[in-house]
Design a protein around this ligand. Structure first.
Ligand code: G6P
Length: 606
């Protein structure tokens, strides 16, 4: 996903835009650009690479100007180079865009016939030309007309030299938030970009537009009908999106987990009653008791959290669960029967596949609960029931603290549903008392970071890695493998431990490290057997075991211990050493941990 910033009404416009881009850089970062309206026309500067490269390109430029727009890009159409970077220009129009214009090829042909000449390979440039083509003195109207003929998804910000203090924004499928200031107004794709300037914001909904001038803002829909929007106050602060002394956001976020897990359950548990209270779930006890089936929709790390949820719901709430890749679900013909509860899990709340899958489930009559981190995100706003995970802003592209908070919420939902069915009060109480200890137990795992770094040194130059786990630790194996490949570019696969012998075992040799999650649980003896199979083929074994373990430890080359806890909560502990292992390996390899190549924090394209 890309980042948009816009501002009007300040002589520091260029500074505001660049600072905003830096706060958004984690979302897309292969090129960046800025358009500033100056007395003599407009300055457009773009550069391949990160914001630092753009700043370099701006040295020596006259940056006076009070209105402008800027963009950091994660390429969809056309290579990540300077020409394809945004803003795109046509005549006096400058435009930045997140999303995809699906019918751009046809529009390009039509505009080409009218004499428009294109320099980039992007769909966005076509939209800039379309706005220019419709322009006859009123930018807002021109944007409305242009959006009337495009198909696809967009969050856009547009300026025109002839209306030098105006920024026009519009959204459909890609978030935009307006920052309301005093004589200065802001627009961004993410509140992080502007919250250093104002805490009063308006979230635009799909099909809505905004015009920003120094003296005020106006909201309307794409058909030019006025829309009244509520101004909301941002409650978290900027310190939460700074590194706080850590070398990387990812490490900071890994280390925040004792706190973020606590924040996820704070005020929501009733240990004495063995029950939980989730304010955003407006379902009656009758409705909760009548959930016959759960469908979990998510992508990436959130999908792995969903898989953990599957084990928990089936085992402790006795409700059948299917965990679906959102991208597949939305294009099948899913069967939603009465009593189907759909859980939509998304850190960002903006992942397009998850959002569309959720809309499809709603259309077919499912009750939908959104489990998101970003307050005011599209998924959060489109679900009548929802639970915020309260993990605070997650900046590192590789998701860590959001995962443990998602699992915490899923476990709490299990208790909520279980207690209206098969789970007895004593068991609920035990689970919740144990949850209160989890943050301290996570801290004990974090305290081993240095020891894990030593293990990372041994394997940092390997090219492959296998992760094995059984039961609730199988999704943790998947998540561990995903973390490693995302940030270190080492090929890694997660497998159910027993499945290893149906294929992956062929890969095992002394060059193949195998990470085994073998905590004390019902399948421990089975996993001992799987570890022996690896040992017999000279594979290298890194095991994650429960404190006091001797059997698997004796078979392993490296051992990481985690404190004992109920199997129900184990994923919250067992994932942490895998996050640290991936982190240290990537750092040792010299990779850019917070901004891994080709990835984006929130993927708002299909
Ligand atoms: C991208 C990110 C992943 C994330 C996935 C789902 O691929 O790089 O870290 O897990 O999207 O994101 P969501 O915001 O929906 O949880």
């Amino acid at each position: 996903m890309c980042g948009i910033v816009g501002v009007t009404g300040t002589p520091d416009a260029a500074e505001v835009l660049l600072e905003g881009l830096k706060r958004l850089e984690y979302r897309g970062y292969d090129s960046a650009g800025i358009a500033l309206i100056r007395g003599d026309g407009q300055l457009v500067v773009k550069e391949k690479g990160k914001i630092k490269s753009l700043e370099g390109a701006l040295v020596g430029e006259d940056l006076t100007g009070t209105t402008g727009i800027a963009h950091t890009r994660w390429a969809t159409h056309g290579a990540p180079n300077r020409i394809n970077a945004h803003p795109h220009r046509s005549g006096n129009v400058a435009l930045v865009h997140n999303g995809i214009i699906e019918n751009y090829a046809a529009l390009k042909v039509q505009l080409g016939k009218k004499g428009h000449i294109f320099e980039s390979d992007t769909d966005t440039e076509v939209l800039a030309h379309l706005v220019d083509d419709f322009y006859d003195g009123d930018l807002t109207l021109a944007v409305q007309r242009a959006l009337g003929v495009v198909e696809g998804a967009f969050g856009i910000a547009v300026t025109h030299v002839a209306e030098p203090d105006l920024v026009v924004g519009a959204r459909k499928g890609s978030p935009l938030v307006v920052g309301v200031g005093n004589g200065v107004n802001y627009l961004a794709s993410d509140v992080a970009a502007i919250m250093g300037h104002t805490r009063q914001v308006i979230y635009l909904d799909d099909g809505e537009m905004v015009t920003l001038r120094p003296e005020g803002i106006q909201t309307m829909n794409i058909n030019n009908e006025a829309v009244t929007k509520e101004i909301q106050e941002i409650t978290w602060d900027l310190g939460q999106i700074q590194k706080g002394g850590y070398e990387h956001f990812m490490l900071k976020e890994i280390f925040e987990q004792p706190q973020t897990i606590r924040d996820s359950f704070r005020g929501r548990i009733l240990p004495d009653q063995g029950d939980v209270k989730l304010g955003g779930i407006q379902l009656t006890d009758w409705e909760l008791r009548n959930v016959r089936r759960i469908i979990i929709l998510a992508c990436g790390t959130s999908w792995h959290a969903g898989l953990v949820g599957e084990y928990l719901f089936e085992e402790y709430a006795h409700i059948p669960v299917e965990v679906e890749y959102a991208s597949e679900f939305r294009y099948r013909n899913p069967i939603i029967e009465p009593g189907t509860l759909c859980l939509t899990i998304s850190q960002s709340g903006e992942t397009i596949d998850t959002l569309e899958a959720m809309r499809e489930a709603k259309r077919k009559g499912a009750k939908v609960i959104g489990i998101t981190n970003v307050v005011g995100s599209t998924i959060a706003r489109e679900t009548e029931c929802g639970v915020y995970i309260h993990a605070g802003p997650e900046i590192g592209v590789a998701s860590t603290k959001a995962f443990t908070s998602q699992v915490t919420i899923l476990a709490m939902l299990t208790i909520l549903l279980g207690r209206r069915g098969h789970l007895n009060a004593d068991r609920g109480t035990q689970m919740l008392r144990e949850l209160e200890r989890i943050p301290d137990l996570v801290q004990k795992v974090l305290d081993q970071s240095e020891a894990i770094r030593e293990i990372a040194k041994v394997y940092a130059d390997h090219s492959n890695c296998l992760y094995l786990g059984r039961g609730v630790n199988f999704p943790i194996a998947l998540e561990g493998a995903l973390k490693l490949k995302e940030i270190s570019y080492i090929h890694a696969e997660g497998y159910p431990a027993a499945e290893m012998k149906h294929g992956p075992i062929a890969l095992i040799d002394p060059q193949m490290p195998v990470v085994v999650i073998a905590t004390k649980d019902g399948s421990y003896d089975k996993i001992v057997g799987n570890v022996q199979e690896v040992r017999a083929r000279d594979g290298k074994i890194i095991s994650i075991v429960t404190e006091g373990d001797t059997e698997i430890a004796a078979l392993s080359d490296h051992v990481i211990t985690i404190p004992d806890t109920m199997n129900f909560w184990m994923p919250l502990l067992s994932v942490v050493p895998l996050q640290l292992l991936a982190y240290h390996i990537a750092v040792i390899r010299g990779e850019d941990v917070d901004q891994p190549r080709n990835l984006a924090k929130a993927v708002t394209v299909e």
